[in-house]
Design a protein around this ligand. Structure first.
Ligand code: SF4
Ligand code: SF4
Length: 408
């Protein structure tokens, strides 16, 4: 693609990066077939190729307005377009740069600004979010069905084993997951304990920064990243082998810390090291001897692969292969590369499109008549559970023998 970016923007690192990404696009349009919003809306501007043109126009100094912003807001950031692109176009990075620019030029209506501000004030802060969630769970029985279904019921926390092994790995403190499903990290800790690895939660690590990043607040996102790096660094220097991610959305973000902080002279090297050490829990398990984890369950499971796992981290098929290797029976799922509509705060900010994607995804997941649905990201888990009669779990919980005893 030929470009003609303004001189001022071409002098910036982001401008140069965007220019190179735009030039790598060959207009073939293969990406439109993989795009959930293009499939739903059929409008070129709601597909990746059209969005790339819109971003190009903004970078070239053409006037942009609310319509441009709307088409970019409808993008799920699922990055399915990157997986299919034959030219290696880094759409996600281009969208980040384009959104940042458009955010400066187009004022959002006050309601939209308020909603985004409230989300940023609540979701990345575990204490505030946990208090609000507890309150919502208390009033849940009084709410109408559809509204009540949006509030996840309490999931029990489970015992975390004592750190007794020489092999140690770190886990992200997180933001919404510890309040919504504390059982997930506890299950990961117990499974790793059985493999001779202690999982450590570093004090003061928290939100990975993805929520702020996707709500066009890059400075806030970087502050979360630096805080996590500071919390983890003493443990990394003491020999922690890896940073284990049990939410694929967070894993995708932490793997990008190195790129996000590349121009930060104090943190660039540490951020690159943190990203290099980051592993999804599935990546950790595939490198271990799993004989002690073999499963005896005969239940059929439908696995939903989050976009952040299969497109963001390019780990498509990893968890499915692992579960089959451990003896689980997985049902076939059509269109498994498509997003479920959770996509961070998308289900709140774009509820209509999100609801349509959710209905399609649940139809695909339940077609093989599974006994339960498993996934790898808390956002997808809660979103799917809001409309599913089947239990929805993180797959690591299936490997946790304590859960087996509780449900037997
Ligand atoms: S598939 Fe890749 S090269 Fe083709 S239009 Fe889409 S982004 Fe451009
Ligand atoms: S990130 Fe997802 S929704 Fe956005 S353009 Fe790419 S495929 Fe479409």
């Amino acid at each position: 693609m030929q470009t003609n970016l303004g001189e001022a923007i071409k002098q910036t690192p982001a401008g140069r990066e965007a220019d190179a990404i735009l030039r790598s696009c060959i207009h073939c349009g293969f990406c439109n077939a993989a795009c959930p919003t293009y499939r739903l809306l059929g409008d070129e501007r709601d597909g990746p190729r059209g969005r790339i043109y819109l971003i190009k126009q903004a970078l070239e100094g053409e006037k942009v307005g609310a319509a441009t912003q709307l088409h970019l807001d409808r993008c799920l950031d699922c990055r399915a377009c990157e997986t299919i692109c034959p030219s290696g176009v880094r759409y996600g990075r281009l969208a980040d740069i384009g959104r940042g620019l458009i955010e400066q030029q187009v004022a959002r209506p006050w309601r939209d600004r308020l909603r985004r501000r409230v989300l940023r004030l609540l979701l990345p802060h575990p204490g505030r979010f946990a208090a609000l969630l507890r309150l919502a769970q208390l009033v849940r029985p009084l709410l109408p069905g559809a509204m009540g279904a949006k509030i996840p019921p309490r999931r029990p926390g489970r015992k975390w084993p004592a750190a007794s092994h020489a092999r140690r790995m770190l886990i992200l403190g997180g933001c919404v997951q510890p309040a919504m499903a504390p059982s997930i990290d506890a299950a990961a800790a117990r499974v790793l304990d059985r493999l001779g690895i202690s999982l450590i939660r570093a004090e003061r690590s928290g939100c990975c920064g993805a929520l702020s990043h996707h709500l066009s607040a890059p400075a806030e996102a970087k502050a979360f990243m630096r805080r996590n790096i500071d919390a983890w660094w003493p443990h990394i220097e003491a020999g922690a082998e890896a940073l284990v991610m049990t939410a694929s959305g967070c894993g995708s973000m932490v793997k990008q810390y190195g790129d996000a902080l590349i121009h930060d002279s104090r943190y660039a090297d540490k951020a690159a090291r943190v990203s290099a050490l980051t592993r999804d829990i599935g990546e950790v398990l595939t490198r271990e001897d799993l004989q002690s984890l073999a499963c005896r369950s005969t239940e059929k499971i439908a696995f939903h692969a989050p976009c952040s796992l299969q497109h963001g981290q390019r780990l498509g098929g990893l968890v499915e292969g692992l579960l089959r290797r451990l003896g689980f029976t997985l049902t076939p799922v059509v269109d498994d590369s498509f997003c479920c509509g959770a996509a961070g705060t998308y289900s709140i900010l774009q509820p209509t499109l999100s609801g349509r994607l959710l209905a399609d995804k649940l139809a695909a997941l339940t077609a093989g008549e599974p006994a339960l649905i498993a996934t790898a990201n808390i956002g997808c888990l809660v979103h799917l559970q809001s409309a599913s009669e089947l239990p929805v779990l993180h797959w690591i919980e299936l490997l946790d023998t304590d859960r087996e005893r509780e449900t037997a």
